[in-house]
Write a protein that binds this ligand. Structure first.
Ligand SMILES: Nc1nc2c(c(=O)[nH]1)N[C@H]1C(S)=C(S)[C@@H](COP(=O)(O)OP(=O)(O)OC[C@H]3O[C@@H](n4cnc5c(=O)[nH]c(N)nc54)[C@H](O)[C@@H]3O)O[C@H]1N2
Ligand SMILES: Nc1nc2c(c(=O)[nH]1)N[C@H]1C(S)=C(S)[C@@H](COP(=O)(O)OP(=O)(O)OC[C@H]3O[C@@H](n4cnc5c(=O)[nH]c(N)nc54)[C@H](O)[C@@H]3O)O[C@H]1N2
Ligand code: SF4
Ligand SMILES: [Mo]
Length: 723
């Protein structure tokens, strides 16, 4: 038996794992107590990482779809030749923009894939790049593009005395680092310690989540009413003189315009439209405003609701007007170990509005972070024209499940001349593909932690060798992209390195070295510490003074934001008609988007959670079939009791359910895809076409017939390391 020390790559938390292997079989997976960040913690999915590799449904060879719909296994060389020549002829006939790439969540879990996928894409010369970023918290990029951003970085949770989490549940989602700033590793303990030393945690979430239950102030706004709530808080901060006047004077262009624009958001107005009592609002504004240090950070709740770009903008305004950024001489939050040295400065990077310049898609969208909005992909395929998308590669994603209106997405994907999915499983997306490329899975890959460095603030790094041999029929994702480029006779540019069509490709280990050459710690040093190490001997990076002569300032109320704010305040009184409930987003420890349900020991379906009072009023019992209807569609789901939800609010995780017509619609077996309820062309945001995944008005109806399902139950409390 061999014992391997490695790390999980299912989500961004990269928990340390110790894995015992006998022959080629994993006999035990446990949390690595010597891992400096996770300290032995694992979650239900991570503990089952080996089961994903060994799952009977896992593809161990690439699949080619036959004209009659059946599939056959093919070898890597054949797959690459056929795909390469099809792509060549599609590009020759229709131009490079007829080829699109969709980067999904599991792409980020492999250090090499993201870079090589993008390099292949640049080599093809297309501009139709899509990723999950634009169906997630893309509002954050829009805010930076419209408001500007602080080049000195964030304040640190560790030395703050207040922290506000708006619609994020990091104790479950593990969203830390640059996203929420919350210390997700050993999060329960570190939150306890922080509160003991005086930090006040403010959580804004309709649901009493695991994180909200441990907060000092929990505001429970009506779903989707967040923008009004933050406008109200900004109003109070100005009114009570709690803003950082000096910071505003030095670094903002138009703080007084913002003050005027939110002046209608007085506590009584805000209380009426958000349901948050006036005294709670005042307490929150004072707690946040009087603190010395500490930030407000938004998650998917506000970033997936109505007015998501405006909402995230107002959350960021709380930080700007209170001057909650790292100043000259402060320690920079993003310590970095394998990535290059950064030089933070106490100054504003001006708004870029990148989407207003350069390439504009034929649907009228510009690029955000070099990408087009994912919610326009379906229309890019369906709308005829010389530049329509005819070939699509999906890398580690499941867009048919993840995008709004899965039926329309499936219809569009079925019309593609070439659909390739790189996925170890057959999913709503990969089952439609002409070719499914079977990738090596995490334990079969060497990796290091460079891409994860933005999710934690310590200078931590770890390297892992492969733990398991890979099945002979699979290929590493990065190698697929590199070899496809060579097959298409394209030159790959990876940073300063060029790979010509006839060059020998690097090994994974060599390519991993390439990505770490600028690191503050040499990879050879990192490799000496199998459990990973916090390199605290590295000098802290300190925020530098501003460059001479810089004059950029935050733009708090550009005209488009002002118009969105006006419209939001005016719409506040909108009636939901018969749709008395609001459906909100939710994440569970037992799944990572659509990954989890593949295992018999993890839940195969997602219930619709309801408040017990609502269930009683409608005569709905636990496990009953219910109908959930939005203005767009009606679905069937199983009811599950949840007293952490307020009356009138229901919640469902995404990533479950099969499409009618593909499989029997059976919420007890497969769950329900909430995106059936989400239209792709209504209530979408300007600039990033972000759909509204949360705060969806729905009606609920009890259906005849009780369904009992055997469900696996988990203790999600995570209070102690579980292994
Ligand atoms: N276990 C697990 N971890 C994951 C994932 C997973 O699927 N499973 N997914 C990963 C991904 S891709 C992402 S993007 C992150 C997301 O990470 P988070 O943003 O932390 O996601 P959630 O845990 O769903 O937290 C969102 C919260 O918003 C609340 N909410 C919903 N609507 C509203 C609203 O209108 N207003 C307010 N204020 N709150 C609202 C919900 O009740 C919920 O508690 O998680 C990542 N981590
Ligand atoms: N209603 C609703 N919809 C949502 C959301 C929501 O909260 N509510 N959240 C949105 C968000 S934040 C996101 S990020 C998206 C998620 O959108 P996606 O990233 O498109 O969806 P995933 O289900 O994470 O897809 C990951 C795929 O990778 C495959 N996979 C697993 N392991 C490997 C591997 O080792 N290699 C490769 N190549 N593939 C692997 C899995 O089988 C799966 O098909 O969904 C969005 N959609
Ligand atoms: S939280 Fe779970 S899935 Fe995420 S890295 Fe840790 S063990 Fe893996
Ligand atoms: Mo996400």
């Amino acid at each position: 038996m061999t014992t391997h020390i490695t790390f999980c790559r299912i989500c961004a938390a990269i928990c340390g794992l110790v894995i015992d292997v006998e022959g080629d079989t994993v006999v035990r997976v446990r949390g690595d107590r010597e891992h400096p960040l996770s300290q032995g913690y694992t979650c239900p999915k991570g503990r089952r990482i080996a089961e994903f590799h060994a799952a009977p449904s896992r593809l161990r060879a690439h699949q080619r779809r036959l004209p009659d719909g059946r599939s056959e296994s093919i070898e890597t060389n054949v797959a690459l030749q056929e795909i390469g020549s099809k792509l060549d002829s599609i590009v020759a006939a229709n131009g490079a923009d007829s080829v699109a790439l969709f980067i999904g969540t599991q792409t980020y879990g492999s250090t090499l894939t993201y870079g090589f996928a993008q390099a292949w894409f640049r080599a093809v010369g297309s501009r139709k790049l899509f990723s999950t970023t634009t169906i997630d918290q893309s509002a954050k990029s829009i805010v930076a593009g419209r408001m500007g951003s602080w080049m000195g970085g964030a304040q640190r949770f560790e030395d703050s005395d207040v922290w506000m989490l708006a619609g994020s549940n990091p104790l479950v989602s593990m969203q830390g680092g640059s996203l929420t700033g919350f210390p997700v590793f050993n999060g329960y303990q570190r939150l306890r310690n922080a509160r003991e030393r005086g930090l006040r945690l403010i959580v804004i979430d309709p649901r009493r989540t695991e994180t909200a239950a441990r907060s000092d102030i929990h505001l429970r706004p009506h779903p989707g009413s967040d923008a009004i709530l933050y406008a109200g808080l900004i109003h109070l901060l100005f009114k009570e003189g709690l803003v950082d006047q000096e910071f505003c004077r030095m670094h903002t262009e138009d703080a007084s315009l913002l003050e005027t624009a939110v002046s209608a958001a007085i506590p009584s107005f805000v209380a009426t439209h958000t349901g948050v009592p006036e005294d709670q609002l005042v307490l929150t504004a004072r707690t946040f405003g009087r603190a010395r240090k500490g930030m407000a950070r938004g998650g998917t709740g506000p970033d997936m609701g109505p007015y998501s770009n405006l909402t995230e903008h107002l959350i960021t305004c709380l930080n700007v007007i209170c001057g909650r950024y790292a100043r000259e001489g402060d320690v920079y939050t993003d310590a970095g170990a394998l990535k290059g040295m950064e030089f933070p400065r106490a100054q504003v990077a001006p708004p870029t509005r990148s989407w207003e310049r350069g390439y504009q898609s034929r649907l009228g969208y510009g690029l955000v972070g070099g990408q087009l909005p994912s919610n326009t992909l379906v229309e890019e395929i369906l709308r005829p024209g010389p530049n329509s998308v005819r070939a699509l590669i999906v890398s580690g994603g499941n867009p048919v499940s993840a995008l709004p209106d899965p039926l329309k997405t499936a219809e569009a994907f079925s019309k593609l001349e070439l659909l390739i999915a790189i996925d170890p499983f057959l999913t709503e997306t990969s089952r439609l593909a002409h070719y499914v490329i079977a990738p090596a899975m995490p334990l079969e890959r060497a990796d290091h932690t460079r891409p994860y460095e933005r999710y934690y603030s310590e200078p931590f790094a770890q390297y892992t060798e492969p733990v398991l041999p890979r099945p002979p029929g699979v290929i590493e994702d990065w190698e697929f992209f590199a070899r496809l480029a060579q097959q298409m006779r394209r030159r790959l540019q990876m940073g300063s390195r060029t790979i010509e069509p006839d060059d020998q490709l690097p090994t994974s280990e060599e390519a991993l070295e390439w990505l770490a050459t600028k690191g503050r710690i040499p990879l050879t040093e990192v490799r000496k510490h199998p459990h990973g190490r916090i390199f605290d001997s590295l000098p802290p990076i300190l925020v530098q003074p501003p460059e001479e002569g810089v004059s950029a300032r935050f733009c708090l109320l550009p005209s488009d934001v002002a118009a969105e704010l006006d419209s939001c305040l005016a719409m506040a009184k909108t009636d939901d008609g018969n749709q008395a409930f609001r459906l909100i987003v939710r994440r569970a420890k037992t799944s990572m988007n659509s990954l989890g349900r593949q295992l018999p020991t993890l839940p195969s379906h997602n219930p619709c959670f309801l408040n017990p009072q609502d269930m009683a009023a409608m005569g709905i019992a636990q496990g009953d079939r219910i109908e959930v209807a939005s203005s767009h569609a009606t679905v069937t789901a199983l009811a599950e009791r949840d007293d952490t939800l307020p009356p009138g609010v229901v919640s469902m995780s995404h990533g479950f359910g099969y499409l009618p017509g593909h499989e029997v619609e059976d919420p007890a077996r497969f769950g329900t895809n909430p995106n059936m309820l989400v239209p792709r062309d209504e209530n979408i945001q300007p600039i990033n076409a972000m759909p509204q995944y949360s705060a969806i008005p729905v009606s609920i109806k009890s259906l005849e017939g009780r369904v009992t399902t055997e469900r696996v139950r988990f203790d999600d409390s995570g209070k102690t390391p579980q292994d």
